[in-house]
Ligand binder design. Structure first.
Ligand code: PBG
Length: 328
């Protein structure tokens, strides 16, 4: 590397003087192929209920979800991630493991109408437990190993209903291994696991918990989600998940954790997924609604940042907006 300034011979602005040159040398691009749209599905008929804390995002019933996904497919979005908001909850989240559970029903309907749509199923108990925690409570805390059994049962049930990818977001130790074994045993050896590997205990999930009605009734998620101050620990989580059989690893949240994305990309040869979470969405939305920032510019800048940091896949509530922007 040269370390002496070469001006006036070297003028870095030469590559910026017109749009064609800028396009020619651009290092990063965002494609719809890399985006996943998260969607919320709930019970009832003809439900399309806007989420107060996430303007422009909705809770859909199965029939309106199918219509929404048809529209997304027409716009070029190829993958969705489904979250369920069930009618009933229990202490262990067992309701999430049944073919009558809301996400399973939605997947059966989607696979029938839109066989080409890639469906990723979030696996976690928090939307299905009365206490809102991500597993079974013993002595006031989520008990790791009994929760693994529910997660494995939920994963198999989702695969049976048609899930193309299983995405555990609970942060229990050993869940990738147990889910992999359960899937294989049930014959789903072709179904990949997208592990929420480095998932931090973040304030940026606030709007999601409102949307999914999954805020913990007591305490917080600090005994299972990662401490926000740690980066080496994120690499250990990733390493473990890969060893247990993860096919893709995720860093979550996104924008405040791009250092983690970059380190993961540098250290591992595996597709890196980043989750541009609810709080990140709502902050941009609120500022844009106030006319304080240009929504389209900031959305695209955020996506480019994810790609520049090394993300291969981006989960984002902006997926549909981006499809509209790229079409213009
Ligand atoms: C479930 C889950 C959460 C999110 C994805 N899966 C919430 C949480 O951990 O509290 C957050 C997504 C978002 O904020 O957009 N465990």
């Amino acid at each position: 590397m040269m370390n002496r300034p070469q001006f006036p011979t070297t003028r870095l602005r030469r590559l910026r003087y017109n749009a064609q040159i800028r396009e020619l040398v651009a290092e990063t691009n965002v494609s719809l192929n890399d985006l996943v749209m998260p969607l919320f599905v709930t019970f009832g008929e003809n439900v399309k209920q806007e989420i107060t804390s996430m303007p422009g995002q909705y809770r859909f019933s199965v029939n309106t979800l199918v219509e929404k996904c048809k529209l997304l497919c027409m716009k070029g979005i190829k993958s969705v991630l489904l979250f369920g908001i069930p009618e009933e909850k229990d202490e262990h989240g067992h309701l999430a493991c049944s073919e009558n559970s809301i996400v399973q029903k939605a997947m059966v309907a989607l696979k029938k109408e839109l066989p080409g749509l890639l469906i990723i199923a979030d696996v976690c108990n928090c939307e299905y437990t009365t206490h809102g925690h991500c597993g079974t409570i013993v002595d006031g805390d989520v008990e790791n190993d009994s929760t693994l059994k529910t997660l494995a049962a939920q994963s198999v049930s989702l695969a049976q209903a048609g899930a193309d990818i299983i995405a555990p977001s609970d942060m229990m130790d050993g869940r990738v291994k147990v889910i992999r074994e359960a899937l294989d045993e049930a014959g789903f050896y072709k179904v990949p696991i997208m592990a929420y590997s480095a998932k931090f205990a973040s304030g940026f999930y606030g709007p999601f918990r409102d949307a999914a009605d999954s805020a913990p009734a007591f305490g917080n998620r600090s005994t299972y989600q990662m401490d926000i101050r740690n980066s080496n620990e994120a690499l250990r989580e990733i390493e473990q998940d890969i060893a247990e059989g993860a096919d893709m690893v995720m860093v979550k949240p996104g924008l405040a954790y791009l250092d983690i994305v970059a380190r993961v990309k540098e250290n591992f040869n595996i597709p890196v997924v980043v989750y541009n979470v609810s709080g990140e969405y709502s902050m941009v939305k609120a500022a844009a609604q106030n006319g304080w920032i240009d929504e389209q510019r900031v959305v695209m800048e955020s996506m480019i940042s994810f790609k520049r940091a090394g993300a291969d896949v981006i989960l984002t509530y902006w997926a549909e907006t981006i499809a509209d922007i790229l079409k213009e």
